[in-house]
Design a binder for this molecule. Sequence first.
Ligand SMILES: Cc1cc2nc3c(=O)[nH]c(=O)nc-3n(C[C@H](O)[C@H](O)[C@H](O)COP(=O)(O)OP(=O)(O)OC[C@H]3O[C@@H](n4cnc5c(N)ncnc54)[C@H](O)[C@@H]3O)c2cc1C
Length: 275
Amino acid sequence: MSFPVSFEFFPTKTPEGAAKHVGVRQALYARKPEFCSVTYGAGGSTQAGTFTMVRDIQNEGVGAASHFSCIGATHEKVRAELNELKAMGVKRIVALRGDLPSGYGLGGEFQYASDLVAFVRQGFGDWFHIEVAAYPETHPQAKSPRSDLDAFVAKVRAGADSAITQYFYNADAYMRFVDEVRALGLDVPVVPGIMPITSSTQLMRFSDACGAEIPRWIRLRLQAFGDDTASIRAFGLDVVTHLCEQLRSQGAPGLHFYTMNQSVATLEICDRLGL
Ligand SMILES: Cc1cc2nc3c(=O)[nH]c(=O)nc-3n(C[C@H](O)[C@H](O)[C@H](O)COP(=O)(O)OP(=O)(O)OC[C@H]3O[C@@H](n4cnc5c(N)ncnc54)[C@H](O)[C@@H]3O)c2cc1C
């Protein structure tokens, strides 16, 4: 039986970027993804770009999921955008709180992603399959690992169907998180988010911002490679393939790849995994 994969993209910013991304998507579609998702900038910055790419993916015959962040938004705006997605035939969303760009006040009628999940269920019934974010290494703003787990549980109890995790390079953190979720009586699928390693500086910057830990043994090796991109990619391929193998053998229900709008690294990992 095939093992489910999904691919995440972000909206392109230029017509040239959009044209190039068509080829990236086509290459990845060959792996028969369960769905492809498109990120959504908080504050509405890329909402139009998100919906355009979601529409393109649907038109290409692949299931699309729109990420949807609610921070700073009103009920009215969220309802209107969800109606737009529904009219497009989109059946899956990734419901998020999101992060406001610095300089924005909090405002808005949603405080947490759980508020959005409840709002979607209340207004749209079972139309949308609702994914939510999970943090095996704990969300950076959480008061404690336990309060973050409670926040995850609240999203599921509000009506989420499944979860995608923040990326991580420590399989034990994922396994423990899933065990804790199961111990609380929840059986939602928790799909690991996989970040291929292709660049050292970009990964460090990203990970600092989102609270994902780069284990010391990986960080030191990446730093030692300097600007030797070929060695970084070869090492990254080994590390991430091994992580995916561990996750699959320990029961992960699928793999969600943060493609960073590139196909090569994700395809290489899929090749090695036989996906
Ligand atoms: C799979 C995935 C996809 C993502 N896609 C996007 C995207 O497209 N666009 C984007 O802008 N960002 C995206 N993000 C990042 C995400 O928006 C940020 O991590 C954001 O800071 C939290 O969003 P959330 O939905 O996890 O929030 P929440 O689940 O609301 O949690 C946010 C914080 O609040 C805490 N919390 C929640 N509920 C409560 C409560 N009742 N009381 C006290 N504390 C509480 C949590 O512990 C956590 O620290 C994504 C993250 C993941 C893992």
